[in-house]
Design a protein around this ligand. Sequence first.
Ligand code: SF4
Length: 375
Amino acid sequence: MTAGLYVHIPFCSSRCSYCDFATGLYQSELAERYVCALVEDIRSSRYCDETVDTIYFGGGTPSLLGPSQLDRILTTLHDTFRVDAESEITLEINPGSATPEKLRTFRSLGINRASFGAQTFDDAELAKLGRSHNTADVLRTFADLRSAGFENVSFDLIAGLPGQTLAGWQRNIQQALDLGPEHLSFYLLEVHSGTPLAEHIRRGIQPAPDDDLAGVMYEWMLEQSSQAGYEHYEISNLCRHGFHSRHNVKYWTAEPYYGFGCSAHSYDGQTRRWFNHRDMLKYVQVIESGASPMVEEQQLSQADVRAEALFLGMRMMQGIDMRCYRESFGVDLRDEHSADLDRFYKAGLVEFDGDLIRLTRTGALLSNEVFAAFV
Ligand code: SF4
């Protein structure tokens, strides 16, 4: 198993109304301090010298960083780890957050995949979400990405927005498919307490998301995308052949990944998980004082490892090989969860194919119900 690296960049140009991520508004002085702290965090990794084959810059809006800051982080990663020459290197990019020249420089630094936060192609929906971009920005930045040489672009799309209609969603999906990105990540809007969106819904300013309608949107999107040649490889992700997110697959298949930055999580691929301070300023101050940014470490029991293998592995639409599961854990999956599996099979949520067990499309939509039984 080869590890992946995650780097969290917690800056955004504005706050979206639904967001509860560990991010804050971009300030150039703080960003510079943060990058210095990040470089120290990476250099202190106890896993230095390991081979890695994916790097993922997430956030926040990592494309707000200057090319020289990104270059310093990448150089430190290359100096600290053995970065495979064929590595997938992803940068999350928001529409309108980078000039064509900046995108070309990012590409020349070795970034070869863009995770593009389009979200929706409807200006009114973007405004309701508090996004800082409009549809024209989506189209322009996507064209700029292509011109800069990005041949692997993933679109993020959100369904189930307050007031969104099925017809509106269908227009969104059609517009995304017409642009022909290599990858689609699809999210159902979640309303997190404490966010402005939750408050708007509580006060009746915006309607609550309609879960049933979101289900219909999900089914429609899967149907259209598969007709357009996309492979549904994970509950929320589709791709053209060979363009799955190599980094994210590590999360679902229990491969090791090492996270840097505030709130970043790590896993050694066996029984150790740990994560950093969530607060950006605290993370910077702790590193500046010479201490470790790690705030908690967990030792997983064999039962924990088995449960994770099950509910993370089942996210992949190819399913879980029950023979491999038995060889790895010495337990027969059908015996271990016979009552639940029987119930889910009868409800049409899972299906069996030789040694494989996997979610059906309906099971993918109701996956939280399935996974709850395994935790
Ligand atoms: S751009 Fe993303 S990370 Fe930043 S506030 Fe919006 S949803 Fe949150």
